[in-house]
Write a protein of this length. Structure first.
Length: 487
């Protein structure tokens, strides 16, 4: 890149920087659009931060998916005569050095609401001699805009959603490519993207294509029919892996996680689908999917207003739950060898693909925290290390819901029966046989309880715990914690 000196003839000869983070797309990107509107050359930047890459909460699957998204973004930028400028290091040092080298006059980025990101961005702003411009791009309703009449945040989802639905949602910004704005992207000399090995990851699963085109294709496929069956379809676990690997699911969560798909585009498309629904049942299904968008935002608001939930119980009454330290049981859960087929299928799907349906996430979380009585933080960490859509707010909220320790939590006395869950949501055992090949020849009548015949298939373990015993143990542990809570 050719540096721009501070004494350039015109202010517009000095570039601005767009810092890509969780917005890996060119279309409907608020900060990028604002940067392009300045009329100055726009430097597209991504920084690999060792503090994130080397965190124990980051694993190869999500890094691999992110790298795929960055490769796609770089290819899109190159079609516009630019490229993604890649840097490594602490943004608080990388950005001041880049500003000095380029003479940049402004930094543009979209906000992230995690405690780490908020501290980092505040420190970056203090370290720079130029203005920083940040935008609420990740959510339809950012923190602070959906509050009670006294200004306090909502801590119950139904009340939050009621308010959230009344707030006008922003429309997508006009595609910059139609106005020729991408002509203002700066031409940069980039070293190119590092390999996974360069980033410190030896191996990774094969991840889906992470391009904007793929995200839009998935959205279109979902809106073409599955969204009208979402009410019931989202809980189906059985699938033909070649034709329909994600039955009833939009599979958009990884694309939302990295901002490959705009939340505004998705919401606007869902509203159009609602208007085209053929009957009340179909409209209700669309509303259910929209409520999932609201859940995503609710958990982000909770993390924003109550950052202590990152490591602690939202409901402090359960701080004294006597979680078991049971390394062998934890390992059996992680490896999908608990002896409960639906749990094992879900955990093996996670290990092999970096993803699992929401129903499966609830089943395995309930099993870990209630049947095994292992601290939800162990499961939350394992998910963050393996999920390609791992998001701190949503993952934390989901785990605390399952454990009964969070806001809008599953009551501690409601404990999923893993046998009944499998029978209800994978009645023919298609999902189980797909991911647990040891049970491939077991008939549907026995696939959920393969031990019942007295002859387990070769290589498949017996249950690590009896569910009836585990249920009573969990009830007693949570009841005792409630009795010990401070007055």
């Amino acid at each position: 890149m050719t540096p721009h000196r501070a004494d350039d003839a015109t202010i517009n000869a000095r570039p601005v920087i767009h810092w890509f983070r969780r917005d890996l797309r060119l279309t409907d990107n608020l900060a990028l659009a604002a940067a392009l509107e300045t009329g100055a050359p726009v430097i597209p930047l991504f920084i690999f931060d060792p503090a994130i890459l080397h965190s124990k909460r980051v694993g190869a699957p999500r890094v691999a998916f992110m790298r795929s998204a960055l490769a796609s973004l770089d290819a899109s930028l190159r079609r516009h005569g630019s490229a993604l400028l890649v840097r490594h290091g602490d943004p608080r040092r990388v950005l001041p050095a880049l500003v000095e080298a380029t003479g940049a006059q402004g930094l543009y980025f979209n906000r992230d609401y995690s405690p780490f990101a908020r501290r980092r961005d505040a420190e970056v702003a203090r370290a720079l001699p130029i203005p920083t411009h940040s935008f609420d791009d990740m959510l339809l309703v950012p923190p602070g805009e959906a509050t009670k009449s006294d200004g306090d945040p909502y801590t119950v989802f139904t009340a939050f959603q009621r308010k959230w639905l009344t707030i006008p949602k922003p429309c997508p910004v006009a595609p910059a490519s139609q106005s020729g704005a991408f002509d203002r992207l700066a031409s940069v000399d980039s070293p190119g993207l590092p390999t996974l090995a360069d980033l410190g990851f030896d191996t990774a699963i094969e991840t889906p294509d992470a391009s904007e085109d793929s995200a839009h294709q998935l959205l279109a496929r979902f809106l073409s029919g599955p969204i009208y069956e979402y009410d019931s379809g989202r809980n189906r676990l059985g699938a033909d892996p070649d034709r329909d690997p994600t039955p009833g699911s939009s599979f958009l969560s990884p694309y939302f996680r990295f901002g490959i798909l705009s939340i505004r585009e998705a919401y606007e498309a869902a509203q159009a689908a609602h208007g085209q629904a053929g009957d009340a049942r179909a409209r209700k299904a669309v509303e259910t999917w929209i409520s999932e968008l609201a859940w995503r935002e609710f958990y982000t608001h909770i993390l924003f207003h109550f950052p202590q939930v990152k490591t602690g119980n939202f409901r402090r009454a359960y701080d004294s739950v006597p979680w078991r330290r049971a390394p062998a049981d934890l390992q059996a859960w992680q490896e999908g060898r608990t002896g409960y087929p639906v749990v094992d299928a879900a955990m093996r799907q996670l290990a092999q693909t970096g993803w699992m349906p929401n129903r499966a996430r609830m089943i395995v979380a309930s099993f870990l925290t209630k049947d095994l009585l292992i601290d939800w933080r162990e499961g939350e960490l394992h998910f963050m290390q393996h999920l390609i859509d791992g998001d701190l707010a949503a993952n934390n909220g989901g785990w605390q819901w399952a454990a009964g320790t969070g806001t809008d939590a599953q009551p501690y006395f409601r404990i999923f029966n893993p046998i009944l869950q499998g029978q209800r949501f994978d009645p023919e055992g298609v999902y189980i046989r797909r991911w647990v090949p040891e049970l491939g020849d077991v008939p549907a009548t026995q696939v959920h309880t393969p031990w019942a015949s007295g002859h387990l298939p070769a290589g498949y373990p017996p249950p690590v715990v009896a569910h009836a015993f585990a249920r009573e143990r969990a009830l007693a542990a949570f009841a005792a914690a409630r009795e010990r809570r401070p007055a």
